[in-house]
Design a protein around this ligand. Sequence first.
Ligand SMILES: Cc1cc2nc3c(=O)[nH]c(=O)nc-3n(C[C@H](O)[C@H](O)[C@H](O)COP(=O)(O)O)c2cc1C
Length: 170
Amino acid sequence: MTKVGLFFGSTTGNTKTAAEMIQAELGGDNVVTVCNIADASESDFSEYECLIIATSTWDTGELQADWDGFFEDLDGIDFSGKKVAYFGVGDQIGYSDNFQDAMGTLEEKISSLGATTVGHWPTEGYEHEASKAEKNGKFVGLALDEDNQSEMTESRIKVWSTLIKTEFGI
Ligand SMILES: Cc1cc2nc3c(=O)[nH]c(=O)nc-3n(C[C@H](O)[C@H](O)[C@H](O)COP(=O)(O)O)c2cc1C
């Protein structure tokens, strides 16, 4: 059993690709187990002390479809004592008023169920107008944008992975 479980939802594959890059940065499949939320059940979460929750945003501020289907199941999971990091993939130009909203929706829900959020990320370098994923002037997790800033994805992932390695103690 690995220490970190990464649960992602991805419609066209961008979040999945980023999940695999982050898994590799954190030390590969001996350290991080990657699970598609479309195939996950509530009990899968109990195995991990540290979690990474990953989603894209769709339909103007909504959860990615597989996360939408799982959202009510989150209530049945005991998140107390768990450290949870988030990353999202969105489009800051096309959906400027709802950039990364799904990441914010999941963080709000999961932290209300007892989890501690780690891995906050600065908002500098983005051009969005509004985001549910912004709290106290920072994103609640890593914000990626394959539509407008794909050239920054690799370096952002490297910096964020170093940060959460420390937070997770791995
Ligand atoms: C119809 C549609 C609606 C979208 N709505 C949003 C949105 O509200 N906020 C946002 O940040 N990105 C939005 N996006 C951008 C996607 O999140 C982005 O393309 C992402 O890379 C998709 O990742 P995935 O392939 O992992 O699902 C939308 C894209 C489409 C096509």
